[in-house]
Design a protein around this ligand. Structure first.
Ligand SMILES: Cc1cc2nc3c(=O)[nH]c(=O)nc-3n(C[C@H](O)[C@H](O)[C@H](O)COP(=O)(O)OP(=O)(O)OC[C@H]3O[C@@H](n4cnc5c(N)ncnc54)[C@H](O)[C@@H]3O)c2cc1C
Length: 469
């Protein structure tokens, strides 16, 4: 008999879980309150411009093996542009390029890093010292920094304040959405180790050429083939719990009866779905009220003429952290659309749209002197107040596992599986973490294939770690 799984939440985690459940012969019913799939990584129809815009520029990296696997299953890997070079603005139109060179990992960025003018020789030596420490400690050594902030690690490697502001913080802010001073050290260390050192492809950045919501279109076909369905515009109101097991999901349009349930909603949403009786029975749900969140601001700017010459541009030391350029089709009516990204955007909450655009424009002008406010045809800021769970020190202690602990009375409800980027998947709040969590939850339920392996560390990386043991 085909078994039904009710999956609550049609973000990346829910989609990943549904695809894997379908492949394992389960019948997934994916319940999503909004009109489109994708959750925090999706698109909306912008009435002002008439375009389908993403809520914010999203990037993937070569080390994100699970979200890339999901894109492959959905047949959309060729909808991505891959960028081996990241550009760093120095102001006044000057730009440094950090690019993958000919040397093997972990030295693949060494030549272009040596050429960067943003840092003095002494500052480069300091950065290299910290990278050496990260390389040597590897994933095992990272554990001893658990529960501390990344700034403590940087202090231990004697990093100058300017280097923290212009090198470490821009990367940590964009990957973990918190500054070094606030970010869990192991999360930031993982980004630099696995994203920049371990493998030549790890740090290569992918950006979608199509609106994010289009990436998920094939999910409907995969789910339907397994006899399942996607229920958009359907809100889950409660997980139906009979004292021992989940029997289904109560929705605003009826009950979805199921043999298992995968929750793929953020923790603040899951809280609302759980009765006191359910929470009392499942230790995993104890910490879900303790998560805090960090905002991200994305600003779409359509320009009358082409002003940005590189596909990406970091703005170290500025309030706006990254710019991305999207070339438009001839019939769009304008040649280029910029997407500005402000991570950990707490200071921007409460600004008017005019104030927001004025601030971003000042930063764009700093980086690209040729840009003028008058170049803006239209702009569209999107502030996500709960963009990511906050990767604060100690957060991993409250991230729950996908599966209930067997043999423990309050270890959990056996047919309730937890997914979502905030669950215990080893990653900060990213699409990769979400895809991993979805795969892990589906595997815990089906007994099938789980998380896709990481990129294997390069030979020299393994050698350096072995030597330092
Ligand atoms: C502005 C911004 C920029 C980002 N940039 C990047 C980036 O560049 N790279 C990267 O890897 N990550 C980025 N992230 C993080 C990434 O988007 C998230 O970590 C990831 O998408 C989370 O996926 P999820 O499926 O776990 O959760 P969500 O995407 O939150 O999915 C949960 C889904 O559940 C639905 N839902 C909630 N309650 C109910 C209910 N009661 N009934 C039915 N449905 C419900 C929601 O509508 C949502 O669709 C960014 C996030 C934001 C907001």
């Amino acid at each position: 008999m085909v078994r039904t799984v009710a999956i609550v939440g049609g973000g990346v985690a829910g989609i990943a879980a549904a695809v894997r459940a379908a492949e394992s012969g389960w019948r997934p019913v994916l319940i999503e309150t909004r009109t489109k799939l994708g959750g925090r990584a999706t698109s909306f129809d912008d009435v002002r411009s008439g375009l389908e815009l993403d809520n914010c520029q999203h990037v993937v990296m070569g080390c994100c093996t699970n979200i890339l696997d999901l894109y492959e299953r959905l047949g959309v890997l060729d909808a991505f542009d891959w960028h081996e070079t990241l550009f760093f603005a120095r102001g006044g139109g000057a730009v440094d390029a950090l690019t993958v060179g000919r040397l093997p990992a972990p030295l693949h960025y060494a030549a272009s890093f040596a050429r960067m003018k943003l840092f003095s020789l002494a500052e480069k030596v300091a950065i290299a010292r910290a990278f050496h420490a990260i390389l040597r400690m590897g994933p095992k050594g990272r554990v001893r920094w658990s529960g501390r902030d990344f700034a403590a690690f940087l202090r231990s490697c004697r990093q100058p304040a300017r280097v923290i502001e212009l090198f470490w913080d821009p990367v940590v802010l964009s990957a973990c959405n918190l500054s070094s001073a606030r970010c869990e050290a192991t999360h930031a260390l993982k980004v630099f180790d696995e994203g920049m050192l371990a493998h030549r492809f790890a740090g290569v950045v992918g950006t979608a050429r199509v609106p994010l919501a289009r990436l998920y279109e094939a999910a409907a076909r995969i789910i339907a083939k397994a006899g399942g369905e996607i229920r958009l515009r359907t809100s889950a109101k409660a997980l139906a719990f009979d004292g021992t097991r989940i029997t289904g999901v109560v929705c605003d349009d009826g009950v979805v009866t199921a043999q298992a349930c995968i929750s793929a909603v953020p923790p603040d949403r899951l809280t609302r779905l759980c009765s006191d009786a359910l929470r009392a029975q499942d230790r995993r749900l104890m910490g879900i009220d303790s998560f805090t969140f960090s905002p991200i601001l994305g600003v779409h700017i359509a320009v009358r003429r082409r002003v940005m010459q590189t596909a990406n541009l970091a703005l170290p030391g500025r309030a706006t952290h990254w710019l991305f350029a999207h070339e438009m089709h001839e019939n769009a009516g304008f040649p280029q659309r910029l997407e500005a990204v402000v991570s950990a955007a707490d200071d921007w909450i409460g600004l008017t749209e005019a104030e927001t655009i004025a601030r971003v424009s000042a930063d764009v002008s700093w980086a690209i002197p040729d840009f003028r406010r008058e170049d803006i045809l239209w702009s569209r800021p999107v502030l996500e107040k709960r963009a990511t769970f906050a990767s604060v020190p100690g957060v991993d202690a409250i991230r729950p596992r996908a599966r209930a602990e067997a043999g423990d009375l309050r270890g959990g409800v056996a047919n309730l599986f937890l997914a979502g980027e905030w669950t215990d998947n080893g990653w900060p709040s990213t699409m990769e973490g979400a895809a991993r969590s979805g795969y892990a939850a589906a595997a815990a339920m089906t007994g099938g294939v789980g998380v896709v392996a990481d990129l294997p560390p390069a030979v020299l990386v393994r050698f350096a770690r072995a030597l330092s043991r």
